[in-house]
Design a protein around this ligand. Sequence first.
Ligand SMILES: Cc1cc2nc3c(=O)[nH]c(=O)nc-3n(C[C@H](O)[C@H](O)[C@H](O)COP(=O)(O)O)c2cc1C
Ligand code: SF4
Length: 515
Amino acid sequence: MNARVYVPRDATALALGADAVARAIAAEAQRRGVAVDIVRNGSRGMFWLEPLVEVQVGDARIAYGPVKAGDVAGLFDAGFQGGGAHALRHGAVEDIAWFGRQERLCFARVGVTDPLSVEDYVAHGGYRGLRNALALAGADIVRTVTDSGLRGRGGAAFPTGIKWNTVLGTQAAQKFIVCNADEGDSGTFSDRMLMEGDPLCLVEGMTIAGLAVGATQGYIYLRSEYPHARRALDAAIANAHAAGWLGGDVGGSGQRFDLEVRLGAGAYICGEETALLDSLEGKRGQVRFKPPLPAVQGLFGQPTVINNVISFASVPLILDRGAAFYRDYGVGRSRGTLPIQLAGNLKRTGLVEKAFGLTLRELLYDYGGGSRSGRPIRAVQVGGPLGAYLPESQFDTVVDYEAFAAIGAMLGHGGIVAFDDSVDMAEQARYAMEFCAVESCGKCTPCRIGSTRGVEVIDRIRAGVERERNLDLLGDLCETMRHGSLCALGGLTPDPVVSALRHFPDDFTRDSAAR
Ligand SMILES: Cc1cc2nc3c(=O)[nH]c(=O)nc-3n(C[C@H](O)[C@H](O)[C@H](O)COP(=O)(O)O)c2cc1C
Ligand code: SF4
């Protein structure tokens, strides 16, 4: 029997040389006359071990990593194709504590299956949710999603079932399902990993949404910086069509659902749902006034479900195992699991999917392993570039939407970026304002003008020019942006600025020569 070897095709693994490793394994196997089947899987999310090569030995998958092309001959010498001992061997993947302690619901198949194979997808529980959905009325699918407690994973954490119910209840000849795959937040990559590692899960989730609300057409709005995700999605969509899971007769039900990928053009604001819809319509991405909500008048003026990748990808399991199964994970009003992305100055970065309820400290130290530099972690930014900076005294905050809101922070899309004590928080505050100035869509004054003035005011504070007066001015400016901006880009930019001022005031008043 051929040895089965898994080499990830995930963008992170590719950036670290996974293609060269796959080529080296194929060449070395041929040279030695060893029969191997190489499967290009997704990533398990342990980035410090990428490229992580796995070998099927009986029921176990034995992991070796990080593997370089130059290690391959030595791995064959060690008999790795049969799980042989080697310095890079970590044992069975599930026995690696970092991985084994996770609760992988949404990411259950990522890294496990061949992402493009419908057969492999079905063999690992794929399309069971859609099969169940086909036996239900739209309102019952929506109720199941509502009862699961699923809240949008794109940032705002709005209950998914309530949004779907609005679209279901709005009469129209054409409705749309739109997936927000713009993933613009700093330090986030869960959407990308899911799309590259289990694209059929997103396809299935969107198809269930279509059946639930009566929409026959879906679009995935994908950031153009994700070429590997695009290839995976295009192939998965074509394969789902060929297998009868998309098109005019979904799963033999006689119901239609079609799906296409559309590329964004690289603007952070196009992740905001109404700017995204404008961009999808071929216009410049600018924020729309609300109401009307996209659920009532969305794409081309039609009722539209717009959800994040992880929101849609959570739905197949909910329809498969039931609302109660999913709701049993989590705490308070934060139900289910969150795929958390560890980034920045940490020893072990990557994807940790856990039920809501663990603390930030556990993530930073038990999973992240502390800072990579070995210096104390001074601050973390959670929830992307608009997220507050949290000091050490807040590291015991529980991963829960309400607990974060209570300290003036947000979980957002679950990205965590860590900084050690060499960070200058005044510079970070300046960066937040500058980011807003660069990415502002320009529709409203507090954001368009305020962010530019904000950079100037912070520059004056840092330079020691009329510090007290400029600190007051910055406070006023932040208040104006928070309350006067049309969308959350201008409205939330004060959060990183104000949190930096509150928790790290010395960084703003330090002598500029000491920087
Ligand atoms: C400036 C800005 C950028 C955003 N970027 C994204 C993004 O990249 N991906 C995303 O899913 N949601 C993003 N959102 C949130 C979306 O507007 C919207 O809430 C989300 O797509 C709804 O899906 P969900 O309910 O599944 O989270 C952004 C919001 C704002 C204000
Ligand atoms: S807050 Fe900024 S990004 Fe949002 S609508 Fe106003 S100008 Fe555009």
